[in-house]
Design a protein. Sequence first.
Length: 102
Amino acid sequence: MKIKTGDTVKVLSGKDRGKRGRVMRALPKERRVIVEGLNIKKRHRRSRRQDRKGEVVLLPAPMSVSAVELVCPHCGRPTRIGSRLAADGTKTRMCKQCGQAL
C-alpha cells in the first residue's frame, strides 16, 4: 500500500468526494485508511455509570484505499505514486506529476 499515515489525500468517491484530509491511520492488511474529518459515522454509546448518560459520538470510519488519491506536498495536485531507487539503494516514493520525492 503506497499511502502512509500523515499523507494528505483527496477523496475520489463517496459522500465526501472532492474533499481533502490527512490520513490519521493506515490499515494495510485491510487496504483501508482513516482520514481525519471525513467519512464520519455516528456511534451510539451506552451509559456505563448511573450518573452518566448515553451519547452519540461522531467517529471517522475507514475507507478503501482505492477511493483516495495522494496529494503531492510540492505541487499540490492529486497524483499517482511511483518509486525510485536512491544512490544508496533505498527505495523512495515519488510524485508522478512533478517528479519530486515524497
